[in-house]
Design a binder for this molecule. Structure first.
Ligand code: PHE
Length: 333
């Protein structure tokens, strides 16, 4: 019997060692070690052995079982590893192959300037307001103290849709809208970036459509010096701390006094970037604010102007022609 067991061990060891795949190994396991396997069937004959022989054969059988189990499990590990290796080999990626390109858009320079301005003004406690681009005469002119036949209306050539409806010529049209919506409450502290339209012939410095950013503050005790502080702060944040700024007296029907603000460009000299002033008492009154009690200031800046100075762009039409060679230069902004 011991001979048969040893024989069985030899055969099983050889077969397990030469198994080439996990399937075969599984079959061998059943064949030799399973309930109906060969080892069990040899042991069934134990009954015919003498009491002295039994423990010896039993011990041998156990040893063989352990040995075969060990062999099978180590072979199993080996085959699994080989299988994984094979799989990895088949799925190898050649990282030196050229990749597919994913074209990335860029933020338009006007949008970049708007976002920068919004950040600056939000930091100074302003909120962002909006108004329609198709506007009524009432908000674009009348509420801003342009009387019906006031010569000031000739200052701006407008795109009229009907005699009462036009494309807004400036973002100042949001001033009265904002104040009316606030119903006499203070503080009013808003900016409004947006598109405006004028009947200009397009050239390097004129565009029939462009962008402005309006600012409006109304509260008690608002003075010209606060206007100056806000303007200087934002200009220096946008163009740099050393930027030279100057105020010139000017005229707008909706502000009194009015100023225009220039910044100094080493190449081009003094350049106007915005109009501003103290909100005209009549404008406050028309929008429900008692000018005896409240004062305010407003300003309106050209966004293209700011972007052109900031990025050294020499032609306003670049913003609107969608030439990718121009737009790509802002890709990493
Ligand atoms: N709306 C004026 C313009 O278009 C600018 C401005 C805004 C001036 C607010 C004073 C106050 O030129």
């Amino acid at each position: 019997m011991q001979e048969r067991l040893k024989e069985l061990r030899k055969m099983a060891e050889a077969k397990i060692k030469s198994a080439h795949d996990l399937e075969t190994l599984k079959e061998l396991k059943i064949k030799f070690l399973g309930k109906k396997g060969e080892l069990t069937s040899v042991l069934r004959g134990m009954g015919s052995l003498s009491p002295e022989e039994r423990p010896v054969v039993g011990a041998l059988a156990n040893e063989i079982r352990n040995r075969l189990e060990e062999l099978i499990s180590s072979k199993e590990g080996e085959l699994e590893e080989a299988k994984l290796e094979q799989k990895l080999k088949e799925e190898t990626i050649d990282v030196t192959l050229p990749s597919v390109s994913f074209p990335m858009g860029a933020i338009h320079p006007l949008q970049a300037v708007i976002e920068e301005l919004e950040d600056i003004f939000i930091g100074m406690g302003f909120e962002i307001a909006e108004g329609p681009e198709v506007e009524t005469d009432k908000f674009n002119f009348e509420m801003l103290n342009f009387l019906k036949d006031h010569p000031a209306r000739d200052m701006q050539d407008s795109f009229y849709i009907t005699p009462e409806i036009l494309l807004r010529t400036h973002t100042s049209s949001v001033q009265a809208r904002t104040m009316l919506a606030k119903k006499g409450e203070v503080p009013v502290r808003i900016i409004c970036p947006g598109k405006v339209y004028r009947r200009d012939s397009d050239d390097a410095t004129h565009s029939h459509q462009f962008m402005q950013i309006e600012g409006l503050v109304v509260d008690r005790n608002i003075s010209m010096s606060e206007l100056k502080g806000v303007l200087f702060t934002f200009i220096k944040k946008i163009f740099g701390e050393d930027t030279e700024v100057r105020l010139r007296p000017s005229f707008f029907p909706f502000t009194e006094p009015s100023v225009e603000v220039d910044i100094y460009d080493p190449k081009k000299g003094w350049l106007e970037i915005l109009g501003a002033g103290m909100v005209h008492p009549r404008v406050l009154e028309k929008s429900g604010y008692n000018p005896e009690r409240y004062t305010g200031f407003a300003f309106g800046a050209g966004i293209e102007r700011i972007a052109m100075l900031k990025y050294g762009i020499d032609d306003i039409r670049h913003f609107y022609n969608n030439d990718l060679r121009f737009l790509r230069q802002f890709q990493s902004e």
